[in-house]
Write a protein that binds this ligand. Structure first.
Ligand code: CUA
Length: 470
């Protein structure tokens, strides 16, 4: 290969301007320095404008259901008191580091006309004092942060009672004297909640040795679990001002349970029982999101916990433990829907009509396993893994909304103002083709199959029946 001059290497092919002629390096420099689209964005006011817009837009969210900085329960508040000083510390470090970096860059910049590529800055190799300083300082900061963090983890851990080992919390007359025990079971891709109402724990004596012990807990979940308690799906309801002790686990893969405004997160692991607790100071709906990647619809596996004040909670509970009423033939649409439901849906879902006999059959469960229990479906404000609102006409995120009243309305068909109505279109769309709206693998019993054979009339009947499940 023949060697070429530097100039020849920068040959720019440009038809119409003597494309065959090599460009001289001076020309190239001019081209590179010419004002172009990028340089217009480099003006300081423009950059400030863009940064300001981004910050402003980021602060615009109207309702922030997942905001950890607005704790609504003692445990979340406790975490918040740890996080606030850490954020301030992080802010100071951030401003210092970025400030010094920008300051040095500005101080040492060279005007383009003074730029000389041979004019290198002073070459420094090692500075013992500086290196020791920027090694020790972050180490000390991290040590301080981890000291308080580990302390907080222990503190939160100590507030967890083990519901499996706890004393009975229900009085002989059925009233509750203490905290509520609840089991949280992660599913692909929704949450199941079991309430230990009768205080006999979450498990049953599978091996029949007269004791509910670890041997019983080792059975698969769908056999080992006690079934005479309340089983609900997608939305848990808790009393305000009371610690609710949780046992969290999973039926399939690892999920993570997190209601940011009530407590930190807890992984739900198949075969393991983790204790946790939540508590809400005030009535309202508290949302969460599965925070451990769990397959196809991880992003659509939400949580909804509704806190109700004492009497409202008791009313909710009294209603939930009732079996579902079976429509009579006189209610034509509802009855047709009921029959359709028995044919199509009961192989996966459970609706407790009071006829299930658990004593005779361990498999006759309130929870079907992979599909939600729908006994009081119409009392829930969300469905489909809490991604859809079951009712239209009421804004559940409205801070002024009386959540207890909302619940009463959804429990009671006699909505006096007529402004609460089932989101029929969304429910029908879901029944017709759920996999179209939420990625699933129904062939593996993970998720719900589509029912393309259903007519509009069938859907009307099904919705009429589902609406009776209050
Ligand atoms: Cu469940 Cu991610």
């Amino acid at each position: 290969m023949t060697s070429r001059s530097n100039d020849e290497k920068f040959t720019i092919l440009s038809p119409g301007s003597g494309w065959h002629k090599p460009l001289r390096s001076t020309t190239l420099e001019k081209v590179m320095r010419a004002p172009n689209a990028t340089s217009r964005f480099s003006s300081i006011p423009r950059r400030l404008g863009i940064a300001g817009t981004v910050l402003f837009a980021a602060a615009c969210a109207e309702d922030k259901p997942l905001n950890t900085f607005e704790p609504r329960g003692p445990r979340a508040e406790s975490i918040d008191t740890l996080m606030q000083p850490i954020w301030i510390l992080m802010g100071v470090v951030f401003v210092l580091v970025i400030g010094v970096t920008i300051g040095l860059a500005v101080k040492n910049r060279v005007a383009p006309e003074d730029y000389d590529e041979n004019d290198l800055p002073e070459q420094v190799h090692g500075n013992f004092r500086l290196e020791i300083m920027w090694t020790i300082a972050p180490a000390v900061l991290l040590a301080i942060v981890s000291w308080f963090t580990v302390d907080k983890i222990w503190e939160l851990e100590e507030t967890n009672a083990d519901p499996a080992a706890g004393e009975c919390r229900t009085n002989a007359d059925g009233s509750r004297s203490g905290d509520l025990d609840m089991m949280v079971i992660g599913q692909q891709w929704w949450w199941e909640y079991r309430y230990d109402i009768d205080c006999d724990g979450f498990f049953q004596d599978v091996d029949g040795d007269g004791d509910i012990d670890d041997a019983d807990r080792e059975w698969p979940l769908n056999i080992a679990l006690d079934d005479d308690d309340l089983v609900v799906a997608n939305q848990a309801v808790i009393p305000t001002g009371e610690q609710v002790d949780l046992v969290v686990t999973s039926r399939d893969v690892i999920h993570s349970y997190w209601i940011p405004r009530l407590n930190g997160k807890r992984d739900t692991v198949p075969g393991r029982l983790h204790t946790w607790s939540i508590e809400a100071d005030a009535a309202g709906e508290y949302n969460g999101w599965c925070t451990e990647y769990c397959g196809l619809s991880h992003a659509r596996m939400r949580m909804s916990v509704v806190a109700l004040d004492g009497a409202e909670f008791d009313a909710w509970l009294d209603n939930q433990i009732l079996p579902a009423e079976v429509p009579t033939e006189a209610d034509e649409d509802e009855f047709a829907g009921y029959q359709l439901f028995q044919q199509l849906c009961m192989s996966c879902h459970v609706i407790d009509d009071g006829e299930l006999d658990y004593a005779e059959d361990f498999e006759a469960e309130l929870a079907a396993g992979a599909a939600p229990n729908l006994t009081h479906l119409a009392t829930r404000t969300v469905f489909a893994g809490a991604i859809y609102s079951q009712y239209a006409g009421v804004d559940a995120d409205d801070d002024d909304l009386d959540i207890g009243e909302y619940f009463e309305l959804s429990v009671d068909d006699n909505d006096p103002d007529g402004d609460l109505r089932l989101n029929e279109a969304i429910i029908k769309r879901w029944i017709l083709n759920a996999p179209d709206q939420k990625a699933m693998a129904p062939e593996d019993r993970r998720g719900m199959p589509a029912f393309p054979q259903l007519t509009e009339e069938d859907l009307d009947h099904l919705v009429a029946y589902l609406a009776t499940l209050d």
